[in-house]
Design a protein around this ligand. Structure first.
Ligand SMILES: NC(=O)c1ccc[n+]([C@@H]2O[C@H](COP(=O)([O-])OP(=O)(O)OC[C@H]3O[C@@H](n4cnc5c(N)ncnc54)[C@H](OP(=O)(O)O)[C@@H]3O)[C@@H](O)[C@H]2O)c1
Length: 263
C-alpha cells in the first residue's frame, strides 16, 4: 500500500493525442516527470518536436513526437500502425485528449464546423481507441487493466457557455460513449474513464479568457482556473494501479463550476 505501488506510473507506455500543447502537454509533463514513456501526437509536427524536446530535458521518462491527424480515417490508421510497430509488446494507456471547439450563434452555426467537431471529438476518439485495442490488450491484466482515458468536458455535463452547440453535443457524446466502451472492453482487461475539465488556460480558451478572464475565473467556486497539476494528477490517478477498479466513470476537475447553474 505504499504510494508508488498505488499511484506510480514509472515505465508505463502512454499515448496522448493532442499532446503538443494545452491540457495534453500538461498531462504529458506529469507522466514524463514520473518516469513514463509518452508518445505525443498532433497535426503540427514542429510543435510536437518542441514539446518533446522540452519534456525530455526534464529527465525521468521519455517523450516521443509523432505527426498525426485524428479528423479522418487515414490519419488515425497511419498513427495507430506506427504505434503498433514501435511498441510490439503493447501500450498501457491511451489518453484521447485531442479536441477542437467552435462557438457561433444558433442560426449561423456552419455544418462544416459541426462535422469537424464531431469527427475529431467523437469519431476520432472511437476509432483511435478501436485501432489501439490490440496494443492495450497486450499489457492489461485482470489485476491491473490497461486504460483508456477520454478527455471530455464539463460542457458535456452542463451548459457552461452560450453558442457551443456542436462542442456541447460532442462532449456529452464522448461521456456516454465511454460508458458503452467501458462495458465492451472490461472483458479485454481495459478500463475506460472520462475526465471532465472545467476552465484551463489553453489556446482553446484564449478567446473566452481575453473577453472576460475574471468572469471565467469567478465561475469556479474555488475562484481560479485549473492548473497543470490539477489535470496531470487526475490522469496519473486514472493510469495508476490505484484506479484499477474504476471503469465507466467521469471525474470532474472544475473547481466546482458545475455546482452552480448560472452561465
Ligand atoms: N482548456 C479547457 O479549459 C478545456 C476544458 C474542458 C475540456 N477541454 C478539452 O481538453 C482537450 C484539450 O484541449 P486544450 O484546451 O488543450 O486545447 P488546445 O490547446 O487547442 O489543444 C488541442 C490539441 O489537440 C490537437 N488537435 C486538434 N485537432 C487535431 C486533429 N485533427 N488531429 C490531431 N490533433 C489535433 C492540437 O494540435 P494541432 O492543432 O497541432 O493538431 C492540440 O495539441 C480537448 O479535448 C478539449 O475539448 C479543454
Amino acid at each position: 500500500m505504499d504510494i508508488s505501488s498505488l499511484f506510480g506510473v514509472k515505465g508505463k507506455i502512454i499515448v496522448v493525442s493532442g499532446g503538443s500543447r494545452g491540457l495534453g502537454k500538461m498531462i504529458s509533463t506529469g507522466f514524463v516527470t514520473n518516469g513514463a514513456k509518452v508518445y505525443i501526437a498532433s497535426r503540427d509536427y514542429k510543435a510536437c518536436l518542441n514539446t518533446a524536446a522540452e519534456l525530455n530535458s526534464l529527465g525521468a521518462g521519455k517523450c516521443i513526437p509523432i505527426q498525426a491527424d485524428f479528423s479522418n480515417d487515414e490519419g488515425i490508421a497511419s498513427f495507430a500502425s506506427k504505434i503498433l510497430q514501435l511498441e510490439p509488446a503493447g501500450i498501457d494507456v491511451l489518453i484521447n485528449n485531442a479536441g477542437v471547439n467552435w462557438a457561433e450563434e444558433i442560426d449561423t452555426h456552419p455544418i462544416s464546423e459541426f462535422e469537424n467537431i464531431i469527427s475529431v471529438n467523437v469519431t476520432g476518439v472511437f476509432f483511435l481507441s478501436q485501432k489501439l485495442i490490440p496494443a492495450l490488450e497486450k499489457r492489461g491484466t485482470a489485476e491491473n487493466p490497461s486504460r483508456i482515458i477520454n478527455i471530455g468536458s464539463i460542457a458535456g455535463l452542463a451548459i457552461t457557455k452560450k453558442k457551443s452547440f456542436s462542442y456541447n453535443a460532442s462532449k456529452a457524446a464522448i461521456h456516454h460513449m465511454s460508458r458503452a466502451m467501458a462495458l465492451a472492453l472490461a472483458e479485454k482487461n481495459i478500463t475506460v474513464n472520462n475526465v471532465a475539465p472545467g476552465f484551463f488556460d489553453t489556446l482553446m480558451m484564449a478567446k473566452a479568457l481575453e473577453a472576460d478572464r475574471d468572469g471565467v475565473v469567478r465561475s469556479a467556486p474555488l475562484n481560479r482556473l485549473g492548473r497543470p497539476t490539477d489535470i496531470a494528477a487526475v490522469c496519473i490517478y486514472l493510469a495508476s494501479p490505484g484506479s484499477a477498479y474504476l471503469t465507466g466513470s467521469t471525474i470532474k476537475v472544475d473547481g466546482g463550476t458545475t455546482i452552480k447553474s448560472k452561465i
